[in-house]
Ligand binder design. Structure first.
Ligand SMILES: [Zn+2]
Length: 459
């Protein structure tokens, strides 16, 4: 298949629905009707360094023509090394394989700290900021994002295609990411003064090194920064000076469904500030941010990214994997619930009275259509609640259950991004859902509807 060739220019910016590429296991979720609603994928550099063949194939075939970019994850090297070391019995204490690969790709500045000195990188490693080591590090981080997938495909079965392009002098920009992200480090109230100037300098260096490319600044902050307007103002001032083409925001473990109204208000204020500097994407966001973008409430909020299953918020320092649990995305409250709680809620709403009612009011996505037929109660049980005993004897959801939950969730997300409602209509719907479910669900599960509604009223 011939593709449209775009050469020497950054590819067009995709639409507002971005998904974080998880593991190769998730590839089974991305059937064509789901991919249709996804505008771009964000791929973790560590996954790409570790499994370049599988991801490159996915980008080339599975995603064909889907835009992608790579999160360089440079912050991984600034935390206590235990976060990037293996915990497996035989390799305990060694660098995780994916991280070791990334160290190789990023060169001496990182390798000296992590491998030679067995310590995290510190701000001192970047002094002086105009050193050739800093420039070399930035160049390597950008080139890994830019060329890893293309290089992999050139070596593989698409070699002939690339040779053909080269002969025609046509370039191959269509398989390159639509933006490059400058290296970045995590900012907390305590470390802001030390790392902020370094982050900004790295954006400046990246812009000089890749003049024809779109350069994103990734701003990764702790929640407490949002509470201090002197800190957020300082961040805004610094980034205003470097003028990134785009901004990627990630607030550590910022779960829209769990935060207080004060935190949500501060978040909205900060996002508005960032959007006044450049088009901004929240790399881990939920429906509340999606609504801010689709309703136009915060202009320039270009996109929201989430994971295929559990990715509407994320801790910056990785934590061990939890126990897998099946969750059903309950559309009226824009939240995933444990399936038993979802079942209670669906009953209370009357959505399980008939199949027609389920399709009309709960969900009529492709996945639900394949699950529901004659008896909605038992169809729900069969589709979303099946478990099987694990090796430890505990009951885990079956693979089929997890797939049903995952696909239903992705379909629901697709629709949220395509639906343009005013924030005021959303607030009314949240109020109604809250009133209808407050005697069925706990405040833990439902309270965000009130918090969101009240925050919208202040915007
Ligand atoms: Zn559904």
């Amino acid at each position: 298949m011939m593709r449209t060739l775009i050469t020497n220019t950054a590819p067009e910016l995709p639409g507002n629905h971005w998904v974080r590429y998880g593991t190769s296991m998730d590839q089974a979720l991305y059937e064509p009707s789901i991919l249709d609603g996804v505008d771009a994928f964000v791929i973790n550099a560590s996954s790409l360094a570790h499994t370049p063949t599988s991801i490159s194939k996915f980008v080339d075939q599975g995603l064909s023509r889907k835009a992608y970019c790579v999160d360089p994850q440079t912050h991984a090297f600034q935390h206590d090394l235990s976060h990037i070391q293996s915990r497996a019995k035989t390799t305990s204490g060694q660098l995780k394989k994916s991280i070791a690969k990334l160290v190789e790709k990023y060169g001496y500045l990182i390798a000296k700290a992590i491998v030679e000195d067995s310590r995290p990188v510190t701000p001192d490693d970047f002094a002086p900021l105009d050193s050739s080591e800093v420039k070399e590090f930035t160049r390597k981080v950008l080139e890994f994002q830019e060329k890893c997938i293309e290089d992999e495909l050139r070596r593989g079965e698409r070699k002939k295609y690339y040779d053909y392009l080269e002969k025609k002098d046509a370039g191959s920009a269509e398989l390159r990411p639509f933006l490059l992200t400058a290296p970045y480090f995590y900012l907390t109230s305590k470390t802001l003064a030390a790392w902020l100037p370094i982050n900004c300098e790295l954006v400046g260096v990246a812009k000089k090194l890749k003049k024809g490319s779109r350069i994103a600044a990734q701003i990764v902050i702790s929640k407490d920064i949002l509470e201090h307007s002197d800190s957020t103002n300082r961040i805004l001032e610094h980034y205003k000076a470097v003028q990134p083409d785009l901004i990627h925001l990630w607030v550590d473990s910022f779960d829209e469904q769990e935060v207080s109204q004060e935190q949500l208000e501060s978040y909205c204020e900060f996002v508005t500030g960032l959007c006044s500097l450049a088009r901004t994407t929240n790399l881990y966001g939920g429906f509340f941010t999606t609504m801010l973008s689709t309703s136009g409430k915060i202009p320039n909020l270009a996109a929201v990214c989430h994971g295929p299953e559990y990715g509407e918020s994320r801790p910056v320092k990785p934590v061990g994997g939890g126990i897998p649990s099946a969750k059903y995305y309950l559309r009226p409250i824009h939240r995933r619930l444990l399936v038993r709680d979802a079942l209670r809620a669906l009953r209370a709403l009357g959505y399980l009275e008939t199949t027609e009612r389920y399709f009309a009011e709960a969900c009529k996505c492709g996945e639900c259509k394949s699950i529901f037929s004659a008896d909605p109660e038992s169809d729900f049980e069969e589709g979303f609640t099946r478990t099987e005993p694990s090796e430890s004897g505990r009951e885990f959801p079956t693979l089929a259950t997890r797939r049903h939950c995952g696909k239903h969730y992705l379909h629901a997300k697709n629709e949220e991004f395509r639906t343009e409602k005013s924030a005021e209509i959303v607030a009314m719907e949240l109020e109604e859902a809250y009133a209808r479910l407050k005697k069925t669900l706990s405040y833990d599960e439902l309270g965000h509807c009130e918090v969101w509604k009240n925050t919208i009223a202040l915007l």
